[in-house]
Design a protein around this ligand. Sequence first.
Ligand code: ATP
Length: 588
Amino acid sequence: MEFSILAESFNKMESTRKRLELTQFLVELFEKTPHDVISKIVYLIQGKLRPDFEGIELGVAEKLALRSIPKSSGIPIKKIEDEYRKSGDLGHASSIILEQKTQTTFLVEDITVERVYETLFKIAKLGGSRSQDMKMKYISSLLNDATPLEASFILKILLGTLRLGIAENTVMDALAVAFTGEKENRKKIQYAYNVSSDLGKVAETIATKGIEGIEKFEIILFNPIRPMLADRVKSEAEAIEKMGNEFAAEYKLDGERVQLHIEGDKVALFSRSLERIESYYPDIIEKIPKNIQADNIILEAEAVAINENTGEFLPFQELMHRRRKYKIEKAVTEYPISVNFFDVLYCNGKNCMESSYKERRNTLEKHVKEDEFAKYIPMSIVRNENEIEDFMENSINAGSEGLMLKMLDKPYQAGSRGSHWLKLKREYRNELGDSLDLVVIGGYFGKGRRTGNYGTLLLATYDEDEDTFPSICKVGTGFTDESLDQLYQILNPKVSIKKNPRIISEMEADVWFEPELVIEVVASEITLSPIHKAAMNAIRKDSGLALRFPKFTGKIRVEKAVEDASTNEEVITLYKGQKKIAHDKNLM
Ligand code: ATP
């Protein structure tokens, strides 16, 4: 397939943010795409080469890409740098420059999607000392044969700056329309995606085998399953109202969710956002296979830092010391953990997701042996408010965050947040103390002790409909010297020259960040705001919502994708809940 078709399509997509229009552009593109290229197109649209869980990163630095342009064009590097400085977007700058290409090349080969994809793949796989030269050679050869428009998109993909604003949901809508003619088939496509986490594979299946192929989609060992999530409740009474009169309560441990795929000694570990995390947990890889009594299994567990002497659970921050590239062995001994299993999704070649919670818990206890390192998450069947409260107290005393409440007769619903699982956190009982997971979009340099760090951060919610990040507050409290340093280390590489178009804010910031990091904050209240853009017009025309007295809780949620941050909807619900409480209090 000619790459020009894709480049022209991307160009159209960049000109709109409207979801319906984007869906239509995608449908048109899919209809022009040969079936054996469709998975590649789906990955490229998302700026990827393979699904996230394979961990294939392009990792081309701007400098290297800059140096590759003159090679192919004969244009002096100074000129390219000047243009780049003006526009802040290398892809765009290169297309302007290449329009003025001085060096005419002979033997120009048409470039195809396949060629671009394969070259990018080779670049991603290159490592070692000679890799820079090879990478430059590959990039140059592509740019040599590319038109300015094509070159601009090749560079954007290479640098990770292609941002078409296309959410996975939009891709699935378009696949349903393009290949089945019916948008309703989206649900089946969604299921296939939830069990495989591989949108490229889903696209290829629907293109080649139709909806029947999608219906036969099955769990694949070592392909992660998108996790089931929980709604929140504020009180024991609300939980009983929603769950009926008998359900399971489990400790809600404050660690990292880990999905384990195991067959013999082969183990893969995936985080909540389905990234590979084996390197942080060599102890899990080494020890857990001995606890498994099954040929193969997919399990879910919470890895929690513990005090080895007392067995007490320690907070999430302790575990974060393991998120490092070097000296991991030292971190493993300094920050010991336990692995606390709470679900089984697949066992001995069979899908367990359709089984009820009760059956799954039995399967778990049958096939996983407990010891000092591997535990079942503490669970109790509860029937009334007193029993919940009692178990909540045990849970908090053991150092956990609260309870997860789970319906006994319900299946595992991959990839969805629903009322079959509810979380009751201690702080939710304090009406205004709800915590929110927000995206860091901007920063302000600190003064005094904070000089050299970002003293205040600008935060945003996630707007699911628009796939954007509207600002909701600035936060400057709750930071320790250590957390400021840590945040600086993480945020500094994310500074961008220009505000990312997915950021919706009219605030000024000293620096803008690529929206890639989620942190947790609490606040005293949610108020209407003339300046912030979260939930704009939802409560009142021309007003957004803002957090009053926000405070960083100390939790940097590195395991969360920005699309998993608190949504506008959640903030609206909290705002309305707070109104209702105030109203009820006034009546008392
Ligand atoms: P939160 O911000 O409350 O951690 P979240 O958005 O990360 O929530 P939720 O589904 O809302 O995800 O909350 C469930 C999270 O709690 C899981 O991702 C998991 O890491 C953790 N957890 C701790 N104990 C349990 C348990 N017993 N069952 C399921 N998840 C648990």
